[in-house]
Design a protein around this ligand. Structure first.
Ligand SMILES: Nc1ncnc2c1ncn2[C@@H]1O[C@H](COP(=O)(O)OP(=O)(O)O)[C@@H](O)[C@H]1O
Ligand SMILES: [Mg+2]
Length: 298
């Protein structure tokens, strides 16, 4: 028995909290719609062949390419742009749409990296995927989130990549390959801040590659409008917040998490519990809270 906990979390799906969380994410529905169509294709390989026969006499060469795809989506972008939140909420929605009650969201822990003992990482990773495979039954689905995926799937040819890391990438690729036999009942979301260091073999397997960006002016305006409803701010005040979080020159604009998990708490802390929060508190907080530096390399 291995004592290492290979999952941070095993969340039964569907999950009410994730459904509510989706409602609080800007642009989630549009992004989901776009990815869902790709996923549906991926998850219905038999139907693609039937479709090919029906409309193209089975002659459409590209339908064979579809059959070679893997149930892997890569979400990349700066820290705080919503990759993890989107993956969790998509997992929940996919399961709802598939009518697959009794499914599970597995969040793979970085502890699968192990303690550095030879072969440990590969073994833990293989065990994790075995558990995942076991839980995917006829209708049940398993969705796997590999967060900070670059730590497991670093390019094997990188100069500083250690033997252990190479073994882990090989194992991860093997696990992803094996998942094809589940015909879409197991889907993996791999999130990373550093897409460029991902091993090409992992990247090549991704059926979906989604980029996450910092919110532009319109998105930050929509975010402030949604989150600060109840403060009754004027359009001029909202605009001031949009401008203040825009970034300048080499400085990037605020990320979603800069705004939600740093700016808001700093502003509320100025008022709570003695008085209500005001626009001035947000302005004051903006003196101390700055946008996080860009992380994603190109
Ligand atoms: N589309 C979005 N709209 C509003 N808030 C978002 C959005 N995406 C992320 N956030 C907020 O940003 C925070 C960080 O998101 P997270 O998914 O952890 O980012 P990442 O995984 O890219 O580092 C969350 O608390 C979430 O509320
Ligand atoms: Mg994340």
């Amino acid at each position: 028995m291995n004592q290492v906990k290979v999952f941070d979390n095993e969340i039964p799906l569907p999950d009410g909290a994730l459904k509510r969380k989706a409602d609080s994410l800007l642009g989630f529905d549009a992004r989901y719609e776009r990815i869902r169509n790709q996923l549906r294709l991926l998850l219905s390989l038999d139907e693609v062949e039937t479709w090919n026969k029906k409309f193209h006499g089975g002659e459409l060469a590209m339908s064979a390419l579809i059959a070679e795809q893997y149930p892997l989506a890569i979400f990349h972008g700066d820290v705080g742009t919503g990759k993890t939140a989107a993956a969790e909420c998509m997992a929940d929605r996919m399961v709802r749409e598939a009518g697959a009650e009794d499914s599970i969201l597995f969040k793979l822990s970085n502890r699968v990296r192990g303690s550095g003992k030879v072969g440990e990482m590969g073994t833990l990773l293989a065990e994790a995927f075995q558990r995942i495979a076991q839980s995917a039954g006829k209708t049940r689905r398993a969705v796997v989130i590999v967060d900070e995926g670059d730590s497991l799937a670093t390019n094997r040819t990188e100069g500083n990549s250690h033997h252990e890391d190479k073994v882990a990438v090989n194992t991860l690729i093997q696990c992803i390959d094996d998942l094809r036999r589940f015909g879409g009942r197991v889907v993996v979301f791999l999130c990373t801040n550093r897409a460029s260091v991902l091993d090409p073999a992992v990247r090549r397997r991704a059926a979906i590659i989604e980029e996450f960006k910092r919110p532009d002016d319109e998105e930050r305006r929509a975010l402030f409008t949604m989150d600060l409803a109840g403060l009754n701010l004027t359009a001029t005040q909202i605009n001031a917040l949009v401008t203040a979080t825009r970034g300048k020159g080499d400085f990037p604009q605020f990320t979603y998490s800069d705004i939600r998990t740093r700016l808001y708490p700093a502003a509320i802390a100025l008022a709570f519990p003695k008085r209500g929060m005001t626009f001035a508190d947000l302005e004051t907080a903006l003196h101390t809270v700055k946008a996080s530096p860009r992380l994603e390399d190109k």
